[in-house]
Structures are given as C-alpha cells and as structure tokens.
Design a protein around this ligand. Structure first.
Ligand SMILES: [Zn+2]
Length: 281
C-alpha cells in the first residue's frame, strides 16, 4: 500500500527547531497543485538549495523520510531554479519512488491543515506554532488546535465466495470499489461499518472483522478496513444516491475484471479476497 515504503521509513516526530539542509525537500503549493520535478514516472521535490526564499518564517518542518527532511513553504512567493512544474497531487497513484509518493500524500495532509489554521477560528488572531508538539495556539484567546485526521471505513461485504463491489455515482467504468464512508460524531467505528453498508446498499451484515488500516493523506483520512458477512437478503437497494452500482462478484469474476494496484487498502482487500483470502479462517 502507499504507506509501505520499506526500506525507507517515515519519522513524523515534530521538530519545531529543525533547520533546512541543502538537500531538504521543500513542499510548495499553488492553486492546489504541488511543485515537482517529473521525469517519466519519477518525481522529486525542489531542494532547499534550488529555492530563493524571501521569508524564512514561512518554512515549516513536516517530517523526515530516510534522512531527508521535508519542509512546507507556506507562501506562493518563491523562486525556484531547475526543471519544476506545478502538478496535481493525485498523481501519487502512479509515480515513483514509493517514498516520494508517500511524502506527497502525507505532506498534502499536514500542509492543508496548516493552511487552514493560519488564523484563530474563535477570535481571528494569527495562530502561533507550538514549540513542543504539532499544535497551533492562539496568543489572544488560548485556542489550541491539533492536526485533523478523519476516520473512515472501507468495508468488504462477503457472502461465501462473493464480494460486494461498488461504483460511485460520480465515477464511470466497472465496479472496482468497496462500501466506504466517514465516521460520524458519536458512533464507534464498528457502528460506522453497519450504518454505511445499510445507507449505501440496504444490506444487513454480521460478523464484523477488522483487517488493516491506511493513512490516506490526500483526503486527510485514516481508513479502517473491515470484513463482514451478509445477513439475510442479498438484494441491493441503492439508498442514498452515493453509489451508481453495487454488484456481487465471485473471486474469479473479480480476477477477470477488476484492475489491481498496490496503492490503496480498497484494492488490496479486493485482491486478497479474489486470491482466496478468508477473513473467517
Ligand atoms: Zn483566538
């Protein structure tokens, strides 16, 4: 999956006093696009030595991957020497090396939060960076804010040899997703599973089993993968308009029709099921 970057490792410890080195990667956005060098499928971020930075205070330490520090430059006022262009962050699915693709989505998560928290939501004063942890605080009213991580579920609904594949109404093509949705305030993550399956498909389920999780920084999420068994009728009712299609597919039908990539939890769950994985063994 996108987070599996071994032998590289992500060190997300907060270091407010980190100083950029010549080869530190600098993350710069403009109109939602990120500044990158792209040669074929390989990407690289601009390095600190390539940038003429007007305001050093706009540099915010993000994390370190395999000894390379990453900083967010929280300004569009930057000059870069070299072959860089602003690209859609969504290219993360198809680019290499894997640790740079993961840096791209993880930086996206943190930088979007920083960009949204420049000013206090309670009194409007400019927020300040905390010295010890990744937290912004308001010097006027004392408001504290931490990075927002939105939990969501990916649900593999099984019925013996069959898995429920879905296609969102906003997408075209054949069904290649699973039931999915965000946790709502006041519910457990298991209750999210039951509610999302019922809302999207009208199906009753039982025997919920946790599988794996995946940070999904491109949307600020943390995905929890669950398996469950159909309980009762297999007749799907598309209830809330989110899904365009939901169909039962056998393992062989999945192998024959669903494309595989090793980026997302959804695709991994579909792939392991198609190859015979039994969550209840
Ligand atoms: Zn305030």
């Amino acid at each position: 999956m996108i987070q599996d970057i071994a032998p590289s490792t992500l060190n997300n410890a907060y270091r407010n006093n980190a100083v950029p080195e010549d080869d530190s990667c600098i993350v710069v956005y403009r109109n939602g696009k990120v500044l990158l060098n792209r040669k074929d499928e390989y990407i690289d971020f601009p390095r600190y030595r390539d940038l003429t930075i007007k305001d050093i205070k706009c540099l915010i330490y993000l994390f370190e991957i395999s000894g390379i520090q990453f900083f967010f430059y929280d300004s569009e006022d930057v000059h870069v020497a070299g072959d860089y262009e602003y690209l859609e962050p969504w290219i993360f699915r198809t680019v290499k090396p894997s640790y740079m693709a993961y840096a791209l989505v993880t930086a996206r998560h943190i930088c979007a939060w920083y960009a949204a928290e420049r000013f206090c939501g309670q009194c409007g004063a400019r927020m300040e960076h905390d010295a010890k942890e990744r937290m912004m605080s308001c010097p006027e009213c004392g408001n504290h804010v931490y990075p927002v991580i939105s939990p969501a579920v990916i649900v593999g609904v099984t019925d013996g040899d069959r898995l429920l594949l879905t296609r969102y109404a906003s997408r075209s093509g054949a069904p290649s997703a699973l039931v999915a949705g965000f946790n709502e305030v006041g519910e457990t993550i298991e209750e999210t599973v039951v509610r999302e399956v019922m809302e999207e498909t009208g199906l009753n389920i039982r025997d919920i089993r946790y599988y794996k999780s995946q940070p999904w920084g491109i949307t600020g999420g943390l995905l929890f993968g669950f398996w469950c068994r159909l309980d009762g009728s297999d007749a799907v009712t598309l209830n809330d308009g989110e899904l365009g299609e939901a169909v039962w597919m056998t393992r062989q039908e999945i192998i024959d029709t669903v494309p595989h990539d090793d980026i997302s939890l959804t695709r991994e769950m579909i792939a392991v099921f198609s190859k015979g994985y039994d969550p209840y063994e």
